[in-house]
Each structure stands twice: as structure tokens, then as C-alpha cells.
Design a protein around this ligand. Structure first.
Ligand SMILES: N[C@@H](CCC(=O)N[C@@H](CS)C(=O)NCC(=O)O)C(=O)O
Length: 80
């Protein structure tokens, strides 16, 4: 499963999701900082339909809302 988190560093909702990722010790999520990479910003808007972050792309499907992302992460532990 391909997981990409669209985020930027100072976003408190992103920090909340990143804290959960760190707490779980997950290493299967690629971070895409939309303030550092214009292509990431374009992809987020084009595919997700909004530039709101955080947004987790799950095999290319966007999931917005930090609480929903955290719930999804808890429901789908990393397979090691
Ligand atoms: N309810 C959302 C709030 C997310 C949010 O407000 N993110 C801000 C950055 S801190 C943002 O992306 N604002 C721009 C926008 O919504 O287009 C969540 O919990 O994920």
C-alpha cells in the first residue's frame, strides 16, 4: 500500500498526525511538504480537490481531516 502525507511543518493539524505516526513508529509513510515542493501542492489540489492539509493519499485516494487520518492509521497498523 502506498501512503503519502501531504503536509507542511507549521500546520498544527499536520503535527498532530505526525505525532501519531511517530508514536506508532511507522516508516511506511512518505511526507510531501506542500510549502517546499510546488509539484506536491499542484498534485494535492488536482487530485484532492482542496489544498487543505493534512491529507493522506492511500494508494492515490485522498483522505482529509486529521481526526479521520489518525483513525485510519489506528485501524490500519503497518504490516512489518
Ligand atoms: N479540520 C481540519 C483542519 C485542517 C486545516 O485547517 N489546515 C490548514 C493548515 S493548518 C489548511 O490547510 N488551510 C488551508 C485550507 O483549508 O485550504 C483537520 O483537522 O485536518
Amino acid at each position: 500500500m502506498e501512503l503519502k502525507l501531504y503536509m507542511f511543518e507549521t500546520c498544527p493539524f499536520c503535527r498532530k498526525v505526525i505525532r501519531e505516526i511517530e508514536k506508532e513508529g511507522r516508516t511506511d509513510i512518505a511526507f510531501h511538504d506542500i510549502h517546499k515542493n510546488e509539484e506536491d501542492l499542484r498534485t494535492l489540489i488536482e487530485v484532492g480537490g482542496s489544498q487543505q492539509v493534512p491529507c493522506l493519499f492511500i494508494d492515490g485516494s485522498p483522505l482529509y481531516e486529521s481526526d479521520d487520518i489518525i483513525k485510519w492509521l489506528r485501524d490500519h497498523s503497518q504490516v512489518r
